[in-house]
Design a protein around this ligand. Structure first.
Ligand code: NAG
Ligand code: NAG
Ligand code: CU
Length: 257
């Protein structure tokens, strides 16, 4: 099949701008690579993935992150957060790795991962209202690491980002939401923050008994004037630490920063 060169150029140019999305999720214990939504190849194929559809590799920005575009990214027709009918089974406590497209280093900011419990099946749950989102992992600015910003470390590890699921969490269907936040333009206007989220529907397996605690709402948790969003990122240092938006992290040892 011949792909017109303008298509390739468009893709290369937009990726050169440093945008991206998660292409696969590796489950380390089984070696399985779960295929996630590819906004360039999958629409034509009429296939369903475990990831809710979004339109391209660009960010949720220009204040749109205060709307329901933030829950699972921007859909082509503005019909955001449409559930898919599939989930992927992943054991509680699994180490997983998000494989991003080639991520450029011009987006300083945090990387965050969230879970929401689907009350029944995720195909019947939008997730865009209520305090359903619980942050299970984050990395912001760590002066002891090189580079200190999490999103700038991503290119140094082949655009891969490992996360471990809570080990005692009760089995069932969940939305696994993983995102990068780019702060490169927020020094004069917090609305220019760039979020790169996606929602992957999973079935957590195991015998865990721990229920997710009350979390935050998306939209709702991210405000343009949050000090973790509206800031000069160059001012962040070992002595002027950074706190990502959306509150603390919950995990096997309870809540922590
Ligand atoms: C899920 O299945 C229903 C019923 O078959 C169908 O109407 C819907 O379009 C499917 N959803 C997606 C995202 O394909
Ligand atoms: C880097 O990631 C790509 C795409 O996920 C993969 O094909 C490649 O083998 C990886 N390279 C290394 C050195 O791990
Ligand atoms: Cu970008």
């Amino acid at each position: 099949m011949h792909i017109p060169s303008w298509v390739l150029t468009a893709v290369l140019v937009s990726q050169a701008a440093g945008h991206g999305y998660v292409q696969q999720i590796l489950v380390h214990s089984t070696g399985q690579y779960i295929e996630t939504w590819n906004p360039y190849k999958d629409p034509q194929k009429n296939i369903e993935k475990i990831t809710r559809k979004f339109k391209d590799n660009g960010p949720v920005t220009d204040g749109l992150f205060e709307t329901d575009a933030i829950t699972c990214n921007i859909a082509k027709d503005g019909n955001h957060n449409v559930p898919v009918n599939k989930t992927a089974a992943i054991p509680a406590g699994a180490k997983i790795t998000f494989l991003w497209t080639d991520w450029q280093s011009d987006h300083p900011g945090p990387i965050m991962t969230w879970l929401a419990k689907c009350p029944g099946q995720c195909k019947d749950f939008k997730g865009n209202t209520g305090n359903v989102w619980v942050k299970i992992h984050q990395a912001g600015y760590d002066a002891n690491l090189n580079p200190p910003w999490a999103s700038k470390r991503l290119p140094t590890q082949n655009s891969t980002w490992p996360v471990t699921l809570p080990s005692t969490i009760e089995p069932g269907e969940y939305i696994l939401r993983h995102e990068i936040l780019g702060l490169q333009r927020t020094n004069t206007n917090g609305k220019l923050a760039q979020f790169y989220p996606a929602c992957h529907q999973i079935t957590i397996t195991g015998n865990g008994k721990t229920k997710l605690p009350t979390g935050v709402a998306l939209p709702g948790a991210f405000k343009y004037n949050d000090p973790g969003i509206f800031l000069e990122y160059r001012d962040i240092s070992a002595t002027n630490p950074y706190t990502p938006p959306g509150g603390p992290v919950w995990g096997d040892n309870g809540w922590h920063a």
